[in-house]
Write a protein that binds this ligand. Structure first.
Ligand code: HEC
Length: 558
């Protein structure tokens, strides 16, 4: 993998070499100098600085790699899921393993350099209590086992030989398959270490938009300007405090400035950009031409989450904390919310008590929040509109999907035969594709027959992938899936039933959303929270041009 970087904020262009180590760079437009990092599994990174690639005589770059012989350094090259599997192997109970994955891997990877640290019981207690206050809640039994589980699994004297024993195994370190070696991967740094670029969406004008949930910002990247041109817009906060509706009770990273917390975004057919404001309990529209905002508050419900347009231009969105689905009719400006069924009457009661709870939290100092144990809310998550107009959603923690009728608002529910249905999407024929976040699963649901088909994701070691989101390319109905645990994107071709893995260049690349541009290039962002765990400590938006050989400039750099 050869990564050419330049400029500030950094723009990084990555290509793969062929089996003989030869490579061709794409056209590297933009300011010099460039730096080059050459990375090959089981070899040491090589770096060159100050390359003036446009200058005469610099068109050929030779790089000599040295093999890595130190087992500690070799295992440090592995993606986080390899390390985390050492922990999962020590949890024999399948339900506990699933809970651990579902609750501990939705903000950041587990097993990355910063998380695979032995800390001792007391420090693990502190970490676990902070994580619980942020939302990573575990049942008391599992929680009590975790400190020694982590410390034993990550003991280097045990972990390194264990990992090295699998050195010869296929996929030990993910490498690009021959059919994706012509891919060009571009990354643009966006925001800073205190940012969290949650979701991205491609605009019809070719620009890429991203929301920074922790800094209340909306950004636009023009990738056609050499190096990329980024514009940043502040999302209106009104008079909301940090943490918005939680009244300061949201436990956020110390450098967060999230009053409204933009979470997701979609483009309207008229070119306006629409956002869910998770802490603001609002839906916001931004007009790129006039730079004006319009804000629509929810009348009930907490944490508007993922949104989609129906064909009539109405916006449907999941409301994650309070278990609602919402709908904004842009024509009338009216927001409606629909309460979804809970798992039990106790859960239903708890959900109905949330408004009182947050009201009290805003008006009374409740002291330190409780360490929160085992509160499993349903969490409506992904949402998409079927070709027949039906609104489908998932309830992440209840392994359930459901449909709201767009006219009668009648709700029906379907249990999924796998855990953790997250961000789902329809293909062009009306079949619903669903990632099973905590079950290493890709699923297809046929609303006509009510049948599910499932596939295990190919990431090695088996069972360790946490697919956060997927998207279906309607041109061929192939499926792109976030390799959220393994720094990769996965492609699935339903016709051949084949998976292809595209390794991404930056360690700790935590992906949450996928979109396509008009040329079929795949966009996503690295939104590991916290950003400082990411290699390089900056969030990036990412574009994968995975069938690019024709486009590579004919001049070769070797
Ligand atoms: C809601 C988001 C979220 C969830 C869920 C979450 N974490 Fe974290 N985690 C964070 C953030 C943010 C930080 C950085 C905290 C800081 O810098 O103060 C972090 C840091 C960590 C660290 C590094 C701490 C350090 O001192 O370097 C570990 C280890 C960790 N988390 C483990 C876990 C475990 C285990 C779980 C499941 C119980 C979990 N996380 C769930 C957000 C989360």
């Amino acid at each position: 993998m050869l990564s050419f970087a330049h400029g500030s904020p950094r723009h990084v262009v990555t290509v793969f070499s062929d089996a003989e180590g030869r490579f061709r760079s794409p056209d590297l437009a933009g300011a010099s100098p460039w730096s080059l990092r050459v990375r090959k599994p089981l070899w040491r990174d090589a770096r060159r600085e100050g390359l003036d690639l446009l200058a005469q005589g610099e068109r050929r770059v030779d790089v000599v790699l040295e093999p890595e012989t130190d087992p500690v350094a070799i295992t440090a090259q592995l993606p986080a899921n390899r390390w985390f599997s050492l922990v999962l192997d020590r949890v024999p109970d399948a339900a506990k393993r699933e809970e651990l994955v579902r609750q501990c891997t939705y903000c950041h990877q587990q097993g990355s350099l910063h998380t695979r640290v032995q800390r001792g019981h007391e420090n693990w207690e502190k970490v676990l209590s902070l994580m619980a206050r942020m939302g990573g809640m575990l049942g008391p039994e599992l929680r009590a086992e975790l400190p020694s589980l982590f410390d034993e699994a990550y003991e280097p004297k045990v972990a390194v030989p264990k990992l090295m024993a699998r050195l010869g195994e296929a996929g030990f370190v993910p490498e690009a398959a021959p059919e994706v070696r012509s891919a060009i991967i571009e990354e643009w740094e966006m925001g800073a270490v205190a940012s969290m670029q949650h979701d991205v969406a491609v605009h019809a004008d070719g620009s890429l938009w991203s929301v920074d949930q922790l800094q209340d910002r909306l950004s636009r990247l023009d990738p056609n300007v050499p190096g990329g041109a980024i514009e940043v817009y502040e999302v209106p906060k009104g008079d909301l405090p940090i943490g918005g509706f939680t009244g300061g009770r949201a436990v956020l990273p110390p450098n967060a400035n999230a009053h409204v917390g933009p979470h997701s975004l979609q483009m309207a057919p008229d070119g306006t950009v629409w956002l869910t404001l998770s802490f603001g309990n609002q839906i916001a529209g931004f007009d790129p031409r006039t730079k004006r905002w319009e804000i629509h508050p929810l009348d009930e419900g907490f944490y508007p989450h993922t949104l989609r347009f129906d064909r009539g231009g109405r916006i449907w969105f999941s409301v994650a904390v309070s278990n609602h689905i919402g709908m904004l009719d842009r024509a009338s400006g009216r927001v409606r919310t629909f309460r979804l069924p809970a798992a039990s009457w106790q859960q239903g009661l708890l959900l109905r008590a949330l408004p009182a709870f947050f009201w009290i939290a805003r008006h009374v100092d409740l002291g330190d929040p409780p360490a929160g144990e085992g509160i499993d809310l349903p969490v409506p998550y992904g949402i998409d509109v079927a070709p027949d107009g039906g609104i489908w959603f998932s309830q992440l923690n209840l392994h359930r999907i459901g449909r709201i009728d767009p006219e009668t608002f009648e709700i029906e529910l379907v249990d999924t035969p796998f855990e953790g249905p997250r961000r789902l999407r329809f293909d062009s024929k009306g079949r619903l594709w669903i990632p099973g976040f905590s079950s290493n699963t890709l699923a297809r649901f046929d609303p006509g027959t009510r049948r599910f088909e499932t596939w295990s994701l190919p990431t090695a070691p088996a069972g360790t992938e946490t697919p956060y989101a997927l998207h279906v390319d309607h041109r061929d109905d192939s499926v792109w899936i976030c390799g959220t645990a393994s720094d990769s994107l996965l492609h699935f071709d339903p016709a051949t039933q084949r998976f292809t893995t595209i390794p991404l260049p930056t360690r700790v690349t935590f992906t949450r959303e996928i979109d396509f541009d008009s040329q079929g290039r795949v966009w996503t962002s690295n939104s590991n929270l916290p950003t400082w765990q990411v290699e390089g400590a900056y969030p990036r938006v990412i574009r994968v041009d995975w069938r690019a050989p024709e486009k590579i400039a004919s001049r070769a750099i070797r």
